[in-house]
Ligand binder design. Structure first.
Ligand code: NAD
Length: 484
């Protein structure tokens, strides 16, 4: 229960041009622990004036940073990796305190988030280019890759560390400077991460952070500054659309990691034990507050009874509580609005005919807790079929034919990830290509991997993070024609 961080050691200020500083007027906002509803800290509440200082610092630092050697950038990332790993317990405790996820999951996120630092420290050395000759032989074509320029990075609260490193690491590797705005619900982990980059020797001005309770003002001023060249956003599709329209106005490169509505398909020949195992991972990781969370479970009618019984047993055995207490498996939701949303979606599904197999209530006491829940016979017109649940609720709908389930799975504006469970390799490959998604989990409930290109199609976003492709989001091609 005792947090393994000293609240007085937390970074709470803005970081601009290598200096920790108060927000204009010393404004602050509070950060709350969602398990106890107690205030953890007061954090600097940056405004447009602070935002302008930050983007100007990034603009000034860009030219010199672009000429830094790949080895220098790789070494900084590698030192940051070592420091993040060495600080695992502290970072995880901060994350659990402000976000709610159980300590074991928070440590898992530190390991996952750190891996982007190591991965891109290696990619920094392999940016490369190309040299070719024109068709008529009169021109040598030299193709080089250059940093895009100052980037606007905006991250959500659900993975406070990894969503930061997944953007910051490739931007550093590519030679871009940045302004970074973490989510107002979870700024403390991000500030601790920025502290680590400073310790790792990142030059002043390369990474600037503004925390704020007024994200539209701060990010809007960056988008319209004329200095930023790119925006990389992870968050809801609604906010992504606002940023895309601002990016269009300013003709900026854009990477968008947006919402999801993942189908989880259990075909008639699936191994049910394996499917339940995958469902626990795809549904319960992060209390269901993940863009990759399985949202709609389509289970072949012949397996529904067995699947719902086994899943409900596993869900009902989970230990719900304060994530800082050893043994906790499910923490609170992030805030009252999230809890209200989940309660409302369950009530709507039940009103339309769904049956509660387990859960379906909020436990007594403080904190934004919701019980792990399995609903079955969920009708297609239930609101949760077309809404990200973002909570520990598995909604099962039976299906009869494979054509039908492909149609149902693709009947959504989103296309981030789909999960398919089958023991038949032909069916696995057929579904992998038929699903309109950026990522497919075949007999697995976990797709996130720093070595793989993470991202979606349709309204789940644009661009990819991680893998060999992740750095390309921060690079621009330049071609030089050389007369032969
Ligand atoms: P959100 O869109 O409300 O907020 C995300 C970030 O945008 C926060 O930092 C917030 O302060 C900022 N923001 C809010 N309004 C803004 C505005 N008008 N202009 C500029 N910035 C603004 O999302 P959230 O609730 O923090 O996160 C949950 C969402 O994120 C879910 O939809 C989830 O699916 C998505 N998500 C996607 C991925 C992915 O990789 N595809 C990963 C994690 C979360």
């Amino acid at each position: 229960m005792n947090p393994s961080f000293d609240p007085n050691s937390l970074r709470k200020d803005l970081f601009i041009d290598g200096v920790w500083r108060k927000a204009a007027g010393a404004a602050t906002f509070t950060v709350e622990n969602p398990a106890t509803q107690e205030v953890i800290a007061e954090v600097a509440d940056g405004g447009p004036g602070d935002a302008l200082l930050a983007i100007r610092a990034a603009g000034r630092a860009q030219a010199q940073w672009a000429t830094s050697t790949p080895r220098a950038r790789a070494d900084i990332l590698r030192r940051a990796f070592d420091l993040v790993v060495a600080n695992t317990d502290r970072l995880a405790a901060i994350m659990t305190a402000e976000m709610g996820k159980p300590l074991a999951e928070a440590k898992g996120e530190v390991a996952y988030g750190a891996e982007f630092l190591r991965w891109f420290s290696e990619e920094a050395l392999r940016i490369g280019g190309d040299l070719t000759t024109s068709a008529d032989g009169n021109t040598r074509i030299l193709i080089s890759k250059e940093p895009v320029g100052p980037c606007v990075l905006v991250t959500p609260w659900n993975f406070p560390l990894a969503m930061g490193t997944r953007k910051i690491a490739p931007a550093i590797a590519a030679g871009c400077t940045m302004v970074f705005k973490p989510a107002e619900l979870t700024p403390l982990t991000a500030l601790a991460l920025v502290d680590i980059f400073q310790q790792a020797g990142l030059p002043d001005g390369v990474l600037n952070v503004v925390t704020t309770s007024a994200p539209a003002d701060v990010v809007g001023s960056w988008m319209n500054s004329g200095i930023a060249r790119k925006v990389s956003f992870t968050g809801s599709t609604g906010v992504g659309k606002i940023l895309l329209s601002q990016a269009a106005e300013n003709v900026m490169r854009s990477s968008m990691e947006l919402g999801g509505n993942a189908p989880f398909i259990v075909l008639a020949d699936a191994d049910v034990e394996r499917a339940v195992e995958g469902a626990m991972m795809a549904k319960m990781r992060n209390m269901g507050e993940a863009c990759t969370a399985a949202n709609r479970f389509f289970v072949h009618r012949t397996l529904v009874a067995e699947f719902e019984e086994k899943l409900a047993k596993r869900m009902s055995e989970l230990k719900v509580g304060n994530g800082a207490i050893a043994g906790t498996e499910v923490g609170p939701l992030i805030e009252q609005a999230g809890l209200d949303k989940v309660e409302g979606l369950v009530a709507d599904a039940v009103a339309r005919g769904a049956r509660v197999v387990t859960g379906g209530f909020r436990p007594e006491g403080p904190g934004y807790f919701y019980s792990p829940t399995v609903l079955t016979d969920v009708p297609l017109d239930a609101k949760l079929m077309s809404t990200e649940i973002f909570g520990p609720v598995a909604a099962i709908t039976p299906f009869d034919s494979e054509d039908e389930v492909v149609r149902l799975a693709n009947d959504t504006v989103w296309g981030l990830v789909g999960y398919v469970f089958t023991e038949n390799v032909d069916k696995a490959m057929r579904f992998s290509s038929a699903l309109e998604v950026g990522m497919v989990g075949l007999n697995t409930g976990l797709v996130s991997n720093p070595a793989a290109p993470f991202g979606g199609v349709k309204q789940s976003g644009l661009g990819r993070e991680g893998g060999k492709m992740g750095i390309d989001e921060f690079l621009e091609y330049k071609y030089t024609a050389i007369a032969t």
